[in-house]
Design a protein around this ligand. Sequence first.
Ligand code: PGA
Length: 253
Amino acid sequence: MRKPFVAGNWKMNTDSHTSVNLAEKIASVSSETADQSVSVAVFPPFVYLQMVFKALSVSNVAVGAQDFYFEQNGAFTGEISALMLKDIGCTYVLCGHSERRHVIGETDELINKKVTAAISGGLLPILCVGELLEERKADKTNEVITRQTKKGLAGLNAEKVSAVTMAYEPVWAIGTGLTATPQQAQEAHDFIRKLLAEMYDAQLAEEIRILYGGSVKPDNAAELMCQQDVDGVLVGGASLKADDFSVIIRAAV
Ligand code: PGA
């Protein structure tokens, strides 16, 4: 049985006051789901990670980072390593988010180095994959997902891949207000699960969680998460509003 997972990616938003405030509100909602029937994690900007930890300390909410660099330490000005994130208590890290692929220019090869380094550094990576609108229109969704998944996980054996959470995030649905229909999400998730079964084995594919992301809101979260292969959601905009995020957490229970 895959435990539902609700993750909030705050992106480059909040400040020292609003990040703590948001974390405190999320902590109080998650204490209501004290049966631990849902995993909840937030991904604040680096500079607020420790404040958010403090605000969440009495809750079950995990904290992750939005990015990191694959080297452990050294002369990499401006970068932060998996070891540093682990050191301050991070559990998860996002890898291959569409904004890093398409705005910052990260390649599949770089993303693979990050997924590999995250696992060796004791973090749980969330590998995001998803097609652009023109790729969907050209019927290339499965091709893109296959490339990003195979390259993102290259060189990792089944044991290592069991640390990974997948996230299907169609780029055309991120921050646009357009959401994949529950059927489109289910189709892509089913495709990813079968691909993982082919690459590794059926048991691993059955156990791995696959989140959906792209304009998840309180009014569409439940219908997305009731799809058989949608094991949770990666939420951007709506994770910045404590009330909206709370509704989404409750929809996962
Ligand atoms: P959105 O972002 O919910 O604002 O579309 C999702 C994401 O980028 O993970």
